[in-house]
Design a protein around this ligand. Structure first.
Ligand SMILES: [Zn+2]
Length: 497
């Protein structure tokens, strides 16, 4: 992949302008210790300055620190916004906001990061803050906008809105939520992407091949990347894209792109005609499907998009600022969900305190269904089929060995039953056995296989649990000491939880 850019390429010299950015009427200048500090002295504005700027700048020799967000111990928050001419910083303190070009704190001079011109056109930033209603009312209002713009089941509408709101708190979340939109042409995918471009935090929308600079954006701005028309066709490019995406929903997992380590953590919307066959990537996302529609829905022309963005972005930023400090993880009973889906559920629901449980129930139901679907798909993975076949051999006739070729035949029988045409060769099954920690040995003159010792059988029983597979043939299992052992450990683990 040709991705040479790093965040350094995107950062230009600090923007220096003498005029302080005036914000919209909703913004108020902060009180107290906040000092809106103009750059390098020769300013004719900045009434908050206590001393002439030139003197101050000589004394302090301030270090310019590009920042997109800062939280100070006194509760002051500094957030990147769009000013009339260039990027600015919104300073939020004691419920009041002001927009400045740079912000001095403790000898440091915070300035907005410089963003590549190509993305500044596409990057959606609020121009200030506006009054935002209570969470439940805001959630309902945004649901209504989505409902009137795209044709989606109610559960998907709520997932979309919960996702959009969660993007405003990604820096407070353990995992970054991914939303995956699948559907054929004419299903309204692009309309939904444009709508999400109005609703998500720092949304950047790209379609088709991803420009190399985009790979560096998460570290620079923590944007919500909306990636339209993605193609996962098994080519080298798509493998690299998949690994970049897989790494990007957990913190602190840098990935190599174009020979450089980049941080890809951040919320993302993935839009494609078909889902990726990469189940590891698929399991990181909330999925919604779209079908072609004839419903007479609101057209989303450029003017409407701008109007919506101007309406929602300042209120969404207010929502973030008001809830940022009270945002703490809370215990949620998510036992029917796999750990990964449970993390996603937390990311979606945490910003929605104040929304009634009944309103959120369709989101949980859709996630449980997705978890069930994923578990069926996982059970069809080659590794899971090998484990299931081995589990059968543990409870079969009194044979003490099994050949790799026999396991392959059993696996291929199952694969044909689920519609897979290509058989797995014994060599491939041998590699899978090795990856599962089961060493093969020469069994007899016919070839290699496993000696079914108690240790090997115990490992196979453990693997059944690890892969979350169900034991079949209850009659034989009832007589198995290892199955009994497995059930007891499962119960004691459940009791501990
Ligand atoms: Zn058993």
């Amino acid at each position: 992949m040709n991705a040479q850019a790093s965040s350094a390429n995107l950062i230009e010299t600090p923007p220096v302008s003498e005029a302080q950015i005036e914000s919209s009427g909703a913004n108020v200048r902060p009180n107290g210790p906040i000092i809106a500090h103009p750059s390098n002295g020769n300013s004719n504005s900045a009434p908050a300055l206590a001393e002439p700027a030139a003197v101050r700048s000589e004394q302090l020799s301030p270090n310019y620190i590009p920042t997109d967000f800062e939280e100070f111990p006194d509760g002051t928050l500094v957030e990147l916004v769009q000013g009339p001419a260039s990027l600015g910083l919104l300073v939020w303190s004691e419920g009041k906001a002001s927009i400045v070009e740079q912000f001095e704190h403790d000898g440091r001079l915070l300035i907005p990061p410089a963003v590549d011109q190509k993305f500044s056109m596409n990057l959606r930033l609020p121009e200030g803050v506006g009054p935002c209603p209570a969470t439940a009312q805001f959630f309902a209002e945004i649901c209504e906008v989505v409902r009137s713009t795209v044709d989606l089941p109610e559960s998907s509408i709520r997932i979309v809105v919960a996702f959009a709101l969660s993007t405003w708190f990604v820096d407070n979340l353990a995992v970054a939520p991914y939303l995956w939109i699948c559907g054929p042409p004419g299903s309204g995918k692009t309309t939904l992407m444009r709508l999400l471009h109005c609703l998500c935090r720092r949304a950047v929308l790209t379609a088709g091949t991803i420009p190399s600079q985009v790979y560096s954006l998460p570290a620079l701005l923590r944007p919500t990347l909306l990636l339209d028309e993605l193609q996962f066709n098994g080519a080298q490019h798509s493998h690299a894209l998949e690994s970049w995406l897989r790494a990007g929903n957990a913190r602190g997992v840098p990935v190599t792109v174009g020979g450089r380590l980049v941080d890809s953590f951040g919320a993302k919307v993935l839009c494609s005609r078909q889902p990726a066959s990469d189940t590891a990537l698929s399991s990181r996302a909330l999925h919604i499907s779209m079908v072609p529609t004839r419903s007479n829905l609101q057209a989303l022309d450029e003017e409407t998009v701008e109007r919506m963005a101007n309406d929602f972005q300042p209120r969404l930023l207010m929502f973030r600022l008001q809830h940022y400090q009270e945002f703490r993880p809370q215990p949620l009973d998510l036992s029917p969900l796999s750990p990964r889906i449970a993390d996603l559920a937390r990311a979606l629901v945490l910003p929605l305190r104040g929304v009634e449980k009944e309103t959120l129930a369709p989101i949980f139901d859709a996630m449980v269904e997705q978890a069930n679907q994923a578990s069926v798909e996982r059970a069809h993975e080659p590794e899971a089929l090998v484990v299931s076949a081995l589990f059968g051999y543990c409870h079969g006739e009194e044979s003490t060995t099994v050949l790799v070729g026999q396991i392959a035949s059993q696996v291929n029988l199952c694969r044909r039953r689920i519609g897979e045409e290509a058989d797995l060769k014994p060599r491939a099954v041998g590699s899978i056995l090795k990856s599962l920690g089961l060493a093969t040995d020469k069994v007899d003159s016919f070839g290699r296989g496993l000696h079914l010792t108690v240790a090997v059988k115990r490992r196979i029983h453990q693997l059944l649990q690890i892969y979350n597979l169900k034991a079949t043939d209850p009659a034989r299992i009832a007589e198995c000491v290892l199955c009994d052992e497995m059930m007891r450990t499962r119960h004691s683990a459940t009791e501990k939880v």
